[in-house]
Design a protein around this ligand. Structure first.
Ligand SMILES: [Zn+2]
Length: 532
């Protein structure tokens, strides 16, 4: 239970960054149109552009662009798509129409450029920029491009930038290219033509934005503070998110909740850090996270909510300055994956008798199993349901959305996450005298997991353990190849018929919470034992 003190009156959603990629897909450049009277449109207005068209070169090769760069307030503005994404630079490019932001990323650095703003975020840090990023439509070529301040953005991303006045060219270089050139020619990088004044002629352009002043802050290209961040902890190379931490946040002062049915992962901090996250952005490096939002929960604790389009695994590495969240398939993140399937649910009660509905009892046992695994980080245990029904569950390729959770939804769920074991919990029913425990496996499921466990082996171990607890008739291990959850699962799978609801003595055992806890403990022990 967290107790968060409200530092602010406003406890509603602080901000929400929709990171869903809405990529600018454009045709490659054709022939550059030459026109003496060139009209471009941005910020909703037409402008006559009479200055020179700026050429772009990357590593001394001309970059094809539909209409080149433009000069605005003596700043060379370059088409981001062609310059950074389509060229040798190969920078990741994503334009989000909802937040109206352009993101450019190299392996080391992410630069976010809000459109029409005179700043950018370099790895989440706000920096001023010489000229606001604009969306330009060129009437001659009928093409649209996001134009960015070439020098600022190139430097922020770690590229060398030169203005070549005589050639009216913005030249960009990678470090690798300059190194190899140094080796070849044994000269320094060309400097002679590198003027800061990117104004090759006296042409005029009507300025939409008269405010040319920087707001006092000097752009700061120091983006390499990550090395100081490690604290001896090695930062995962392929993290999906970097969540900066406020200075006063202690280590380990967060909790996580993997709501995999909703494909949602929540990190809850133990205080209200909304002001901090207003100023410091979360950096997204991988597209498998479709949305990240920061909000306050009902206790005024700050929550970061990640959305994914598929069920994903999550691993957090914490340093003193940030949380690094790795997001990948469960198989890549977790070593030991188990699916527990409490039988029936929702509109399907399963067997009923002696005041017991199968769906409730299987759920109770599953929840008790969960308690045994809670806090055991070595195992990742998924449940096909932890409520009567899971309405939002669309696991598996069939995308089943079913209040009673169909059998395909259950085995598709296990297959999708590549579980190492699948255990379905059921109760039996037949007349009033039949009693005891039996465990099923399918002869058609001959999968062996990485620990050498087969369905039959798992069934043998489980039958023995549950039999010891229930201590009624030992009905043994049975083969049934018609049970869908056992036959269609791609991993060792069993179905436990714990006891009979139709038998009075069995029912009294099922109603005994201590016995149900023992059953859960037995299931836990068997699972842990198979991974040894
Ligand atoms: Zn059943």
């Amino acid at each position: 239970m967290k107790v968060c003190k409200s530092k602010k009156m406003n406890t509603i959603l602080r901000w929400c960054v929709c990171l869903l990629a809405v990529c600018f897909v454009m045709q490659p450049a054709s022939i550059m149109a030459k026109s003496s009277k060139r009209v471009i449109r941005y910020n909703g207005k037409d402008y006559v552009y009479t200055k020179s068209q700026v050429n772009v070169a990357v590593n001394d090769k001309a970059v094809k662009t539909p209409f080149g760069g433009i000069i605005l307030n003596n700043i060379s503005m370059l088409p981001a798509y062609d310059t950074f994404y389509k060229s040798e630079l190969g920078t990741y490019y994503e334009y989000d129409e909802i937040s109206n932001e352009l993101t450019l990323e190299t392996v080391d650095t992410a630069v976010r450029l809000p459109i029409n703003k005179k700043y950018m975020y370099v790895d989440g840090k706000k920096k001023t920029i010489s000229q606001a990023t604009i969306k330009v439509y060129d009437k001659n070529t009928k093409k649209t491009r996001l134009m960015v301040s070439g020098r600022d953005v190139a430097n922020a991303l770690g590229f060398q930038y030169e203005w070549k006045n005589s050639k009216v060219t913005s030249a960009l270089y990678t470090e690798e290219y300059l190194d190899s050139k140094d080796d070849e020619m044994d000269t320094d990088t060309p400097q002679e033509d590198n003027s800061n004044n990117e104004n090759p002629d006296d042409g005029q352009i009507e300025e939409p934005d008269k405010d040319q002043n920087n707001d006092g802050e000097q752009p700061d290209n120091n983006t390499s503070d990550e090395e100081d961040d490690t604290d001896g902890v090695s930062i995962p190379k392929t993290y999906a998110l970097k969540i900066p931490k406020p200075e006063d946040m202690a280590m380990d002062s967060y909790e996580t909740d993997d709501n995999y049915w909703q494909k949602e992962f929540t990190i809850t901090f133990d205080d209200d850090y909304s002001e901090f996250y207003d100023e410091n952005s979360i950096i997204k490096k991988k597209s498998n996270v479709t949305n990240v939002s920061v909000s306050q929960d009902k206790n005024d604790c700050t929550q970061v909510v990640l959305k994914t389009s598929k069920i994903q695994g999550f691993r957090i590495t914490e340093t003193k300055d940030a949380l690094y969240v790795e997001v990948d398939t469960p198989q890549k993140i977790y070593d030991k994956i188990v699916v527990i399937d409490p039988g029936h649910g929702g509109s399907d009660p399963g067997a009923q008798g002696n005041g017991i509905a199968e769906k409730d009892k299987t759920l109770e046992i599953a929840k008790r199993v969960k308690e045994y695994f809670d806090g055991e980080e070595e195992y990742k245990v998924y449940f096909t349901r932890l409520a009567d029904s899971v309405s939002g569950m669309t696991a598996g390729s069939s995308g089943v959305k079913d209040s009673r959770m169909s059998l395909p939804a259950r085995y598709n769920f296990a297959n999708e996450i590549n579980a190492d074991l699948f255990i379905s919990i059921h109760l039996n029913s037949f007349g009033s005298s039949a009693n005891g425990t039996e465990t099923y496996y399918s002869a058609k499921n001959t999968n062996k997991n990485d620990w050498g466990i087969t369905s039959k082996e798992l069934a043998n171990r489980m039958q023995k353990a549950i039999q010891n607890v229930i201590n009624r008739q030992n009905r043994g291990v049975k083969v049934n190849s018609n049970l869908a959850v056992l036959t269609h699962t791609n991993m060792p799978a069993i179905l436990i018929e714990t006891a009979f609801v139709s038998n009075k003595t069995d029912a009294s055992i099922l109603k005994n919470p201590d016995k149900m806890d023992e059953v859960a403990n037995a299931i836990y022990d068997v699972i842990v034992g198979t991974f040894e």
